[in-house]
Design a protein around this ligand. Structure first.
Ligand code: ZN
Length: 475
């Protein structure tokens, strides 16, 4: 638990991208009730321990976190809401392309126990394919309120078939090392496993392969850090402090949590035996942030979100639980509980079962915008229907609090002039004509409408088919 750098290193950023996700809270691990009632997350205990070990750690951590949050807040303040929404383009969403990513595992071992059998690596790849494509049987456990938000990434992973020199390969490279661990006592993330010169193994061209290093990340025989990954260089959802050079791109996994039913996942990390640490880290690799946005130490934990608007606002990570009642941020409209089902939360692996559609979109956009050479296949399967996307949330309808307008916002330019809207009162009386949505934002003046509920009906322009009805309250 000493992977958090001190001094002037940017702690918050580290917290963001590291599978520090995977910091196992001692409270949870030992079945001790966490004393921090306002922060029911093992993370607080971890920090407390670090403070004992390294006096002054917490002050430094808080200071760095505050600074990073201020930067975030400044950035947000200069962006209009609609600008933020447009950050991720949506074009490919309508063409169902399956991306296949070649993967190379670098198994770096000091003792035989770290030299994982092929079967574990193979099962790890299978878990990635299963979970990224929502083929996981526990998808039935997704709570009803979130079912419609669950997405299928259509990203597949396969073992690399040729190495960078064109030589046939199994996609698994094994290398012995004299280093007994790559965990770093007090020095933060060192990435030593990523270079042959430092006892690890050089990456294969990170633009063309997903490199996954499997090695010992323990410190003093503690399984503190289970994995980490970096977002694509230049990704807009991340600060520049999170961007690293190509040679460090990829995913690192603690050997004990690789694959399904890895017998090394015992004790404190026994619940991390489903291979989902890798799912989480590959999520980071494709640009996703933790769903609570790592602002748990902020005065307002609900201020910064993950730039994903179909994950509910969340103040803190789930702390390796599946807390059914957890709701750390009350949203002013359509409040929802925390989404512990999400692979990008810190819930136990047994209760994780989904990426949302917007997370899928961000990951796919990360491929088309940043990891462009990575997929070896792009198969156009089918075109999604406008119907599906409108039902989901490509068209938003909402009253503007401070004005008398209702706004109909089309979030995807491909839908312009394909959808019409009309407003009715609850008795079915027409309040407006059928209006074609020709621009991103169409406004309706509701000054003459009495306070109460109304229904907006969206129809497909081509045939008038009703594709969505939405009730809304107008003051
Ligand atoms: Zn993480």
């Amino acid at each position: 638990m000493v992977f958090f750098p001190m001094g002037n290193v940017r702690l918050k950023v580290i917290g963001l991208f590291m599978g520090a996700a995977m910091l196992v809270g001692t409270a949870q691990a030992q079945g001790v009730v966490n004393p921090h009632a306002d922060e029911p997350c093992g993370y607080a205990t971890v920090l407390q321990q670090l403070e004992q070990q390294y006096p002054g750690f917490k002050a430094s951590y808080d200071q760095q976190t505050q600074r990073a949050l201020q930067l975030d807040a400044q950035k947000l303040a200069t962006q209009t809401l609609s600008n933020r929404k447009k950050k991720i383009s949506d074009t490919l969403y309508y063409y169902d392309t399956v991306y296949t990513i070649p993967v190379v595992f670098h198994v770096i071992y000091n003792v035989a126990n770290e030299n994982l059998h092929d079967s574990l690596i193979i099962s790890q790849l299978a878990v990635l394919n299963r979970d990224f494509n929502r083929l996981n049987s526990d998808s039935v456990k997704t709570r009803n309120i979130f079912k419609s938000r669950a997405g299928t990434a259509r990203i597949q992973f396969e073992f690399a078939k040729v190495d960078p020199n064109g030589v046939a390969t199994t996609g698994i490279v094994r290398k012995s090392t004299t280093k007994t661990t790559f965990g770093s006592a007090g020095g933060g993330i060192q990435d030593l496993m990523k270079a042959t010169a430092t006892g690890g193994d050089d990456p294969w061209d990170p633009a063309k392969y997903l490199n996954i290093w499997v090695c010992d990340l323990s410190v003093n025989n503690q399984d503190a850090l289970l994995g980490y990954a970096y977002p694509p260089y230049g990704h807009p959802s991340w600060t520049s402090g999170s961007w690293v050079a190509d040679s460090k791109q990829g995913v690192v996994l603690h050997y004990k949590v690789v694959g399904r039913n890895n017998p090394r996942a015992t004790g404190a990390i026994a619940s991390s035996n489903m291979g989902r640490c890798a799912v989480h880290e590959v999520g980071h690799f494709f640009g996703l942030r933790h769903i609570w946005a790592d602002d748990q130490y902020s005065a307002n934990k609900c201020l910064v979100d993950d730039y994903i608007d179909d994950t509910p606002l969340q103040g803190i990570g789930a702390g390796f639980t599946c807390n059914l009642g957890g709701n750390t941020c009350i949203e002013s409209k359509n409040d929802l509980p925390d989404m512990f089902e999400n692979y990008m939360d810190y819930s136990t692996e047994a209760c994780q079962n989904l990426f949302t559609k917007r997370q899928v979109q961000m990951m796919r956009t990360s491929i088309t915008d940043f990891r462009t050479e990575l997929p070896i296949k792009r198969e156009i399967i089918t075109r999604m229907r406008v119907f599906d996307t409108v039902v989901y949330d490509e068209v938003l309808i909402y009253p503007v609090d401070t004005e008398t307008d209702v706004v109909v916002e089309v979030r995807n330019e491909e839908l312009l002039e394909m959808v019409d809207v009309q407003f009715f009162d609850l008795l079915g009386r027409e309040l407006t004509e059928l209006v074609a949505l020709k621009q991103n934002e169409t406004r309706f003046d509701t000054q003459t409408w009495a306070s109460g509920y109304y229904v907006a009906v969206l129809k497909r322009s081509s045939d008038g088919k009703v594709i969505r009805k939405q009730k809304l309250f107008v003051d």
